[in-house]
Design a binder for this molecule. Structure first.
Ligand code: HEC
Length: 111
């Protein structure tokens, strides 16, 4: 009887946690700009990089892709010499950085 109760409770917790999961699942072999990269930019960069920003505009795919081509995006995320480490106000977690690097390595597609 007790075991059944525990099993039922486990199922319920499972269901609830599934419902709460709103973050898109990440498929490391097919990173999507819209599903995986854009939310990171939105959460960590856009406050300082809106349209009209003097530093870099990161408000849409075309502008973000331009910073990949110029090498600025990787340079800033790495904190390479001659680049200012980004973001300037907090540390970006490694998993978010890795998602962006994977996307760049997969040809930074508009997908
Ligand atoms: C708190 C504000 C702030 C946040 C958040 C921020 N940036 Fe910046 N960013 C700046 C400023 C200020 C500069 C200009 C730095 C300079 O040239 O001295 C800059 C410059 C840049 C540049 C241009 C670098 C160059 O070589 O000219 C890129 C690309 C960039 N940021 C990307 C990002 C990315 C990607 C994120 C998020 C992961 C981010 N930034 C988050 C303030 C911010």
């Amino acid at each position: 009887m007790k075991k059944k109760y525990i099993a039922a409770f486990g199922c319920l917790v499972g269901l609830l946690s599934c419902e709460k999961a709103t973050v898109e699942p990440i498929n490391p072999s097919a990173i999507s700009y819209n599903k995986n990269v854009q939310p990171i930019i939105e959460a960590h960069c856009i406050e300082c990089h809106l349209m009209g920003s003097e530093s870099a505009e990161l408000f849409d795919y075309d502008h973000v892709a331009a910073t990949v081509v110029s090498g600025q995006l990787e340079g800033c995320l790495n904190g390479d010499t001659n680049f200012v480490q980004m973001p300037t106000d907090h540390v970006l977690d490694d998993s978010s950085k890795n998602i962006i690097y994977l996307w760049i390595n997969q040809g930074f597609q508009d997908n």
